[in-house]
Ligand binder design. Sequence first.
Ligand SMILES: Cc1cc2nc3c(=O)[nH]c(=O)nc-3n(C[C@H](O)[C@H](O)[C@H](O)COP(=O)(O)OP(=O)(O)OC[C@H]3O[C@@H](n4cnc5c(N)ncnc54)[C@H](O)[C@@H]3O)c2cc1C
Length: 572
Amino acid sequence: ATWSSINEVPKTKWDFIIIGGGTAGSVLAGRLTEDQKFNVLVIEAGPNNEGVLNSIVPGLQRRLPNSLYDWNYTTVPMKGFNNRAIAYPRGHLLGGSSAINGMVYTRGAASDYDRWAKVTGDSGWSWNKLQPYLDKQEKFEPPADNHDVTGMIDPKVHSTTGAVPVSIPGFPHPGTDEVTLAVTKELGGEFHYNLDWNSGRPLGVGWLQATIGHDGTRSSAATAYLTPRVRNRKNLHIVTETRVTRVLQTTGTRGLDIRTVEIGSPDTPDRVLLTAAKEVILAAGAIGTPQILLNSGIGDREELEALGIPVVLHNPSVGQNLTDHTLLGVSFGLKPGAIDQGPWANLSFDPALQEQALALWQTNRTGPYVAVVPADHIGWVRVPENSSIFDEFEDRSSGPNAAHIEMIIGTVADTYNTGLSMISPASRGSLKIQSNNPFDDPLIDPNFFDSDFDVLVMREGINAALRFADAPVLKNITTGILGPLANITSDDEIDAFIRNSAGSAWHPVGTTAMSPKNAGWGVVDPDLLVKRVSGLRIVDASIMPYIPCAHTQTPVYLIAERAADLVKEAWK
Ligand SMILES: Cc1cc2nc3c(=O)[nH]c(=O)nc-3n(C[C@H](O)[C@H](O)[C@H](O)COP(=O)(O)OP(=O)(O)OC[C@H]3O[C@@H](n4cnc5c(N)ncnc54)[C@H](O)[C@@H]3O)c2cc1C
């Protein structure tokens, strides 16, 4: 059942307490309670996801950041961003960030996972060994408008039997799509048509896939794994609007046995303590998880002591290695009438059209709101092999089939857009706490563009967008690049523009990274148990040692699906 106060939850013996009912937490809750002998409690800080219209209708996604369903964080000012601080949304409801995200469904390159396997010494994290978990995770369905997807995806690399409905856009944009596909034919090479970039070999341009199924509705970890049937299980209890402040040594145990969870609210000094018989599983995400560990005295000794927090375990890796992708919009003007965009061309700006789109969605799940944005393709490209970048810097991508840059391609009104993401970053940031008050916001420092490599690759991304737009079919109908890039040519000016304009793709990972079992760095072992502690596991985006060249929800789903098996195996 789902409750909204810890006082309502029946008192019982919990085998597992999951902190955070987000993307990973929902998967774990659903999978662990398949075994009736496990009694599971999920504690989620945000509200229930059920009935939250903005989270249900894909086209209303943009209303979720900076709302009640967002933690509403801001980063620290970042030097590489010319001292800009930026908003940093994180999901604050059941389903977590999967319930507020952009729904793009990407897996990255096979070599991204093989790199995890290599650095952790656990082949279980390799692309091949993770395939069964992809099968359990994905439920590929026909798109909302039922169009034939032959030639638009490779069915061999998709599962139709997993938990999370996935499809390609159910409201395509024929005029734009025709142009984009014509570019792939004209240019080929780095922009060749890739039938399915979710095959482990992403390079090229192919159709966008999203966690939106046949019903034109967002699938989140909560809608897919915490279905009404699952919530009815006697061995699953979910409590929302309840915040975990710390994890604690369990009374009567020796060594560092941490299976006790402290719940609190800023409105009262009262705290509730709950203990799990088997494990506490931290799934509070790349920001929440290290924050709870630091509040609990697990982190760098000197920094904790400076805040007056008693040190439980000295581990300077906690909160380090924060890695994220940067984003930069690059647009080209379209000649009037060059692409027939139908009646919805101004949807993004026109409230009357937005009302019509919502009405259509509500009537029969059709219209533009079955998709999140009017973009139907993604291109994945590499910096050319002969680029001088590699004279100075080592390549940070996971291998020759991994991408450095992502281009999200579509049109809005009279602009043809290539949203660029720098997805092979060298920069690493950190997550720290600013006081011993667990309710204070953490200090989030993605440290974007700390490394010049990242700026140079982003500049190469702009060059790639220019090469793309130079295809005759596009060149004929566009008026050139828009914004400041139209008037600047020197590398220094371009770099300044990048540092002044880029944002985040909202993909923070790596703040409690996994490392080999006896490594002197890292926070969790390859089985995701916290090093030098018993009873405490971490399952979420924090454990990634490297960020994949992918939007991060699918990698999190894979981590959580495998983790569920690791936990079941440990307690069978
Ligand atoms: C705006 C936005 C757009 C994105 N777009 C995409 C996209 O299009 N495609 C994609 O693949 N990825 C996208 N991502 C990234 C992706 O959604 C995340 O990487 C992924 O969902 C993270 O999963 P997680 O389980 O690690 O954390 P989350 O899903 O964030 O879950 C953490 C949960 O823990 C809860 N929690 C935190 N602290 C506490 C506490 N102290 N007590 C109790 N509960 C707590 C949170 O409320 C949350 O529910 C986007 C993210 C955002 C924010």
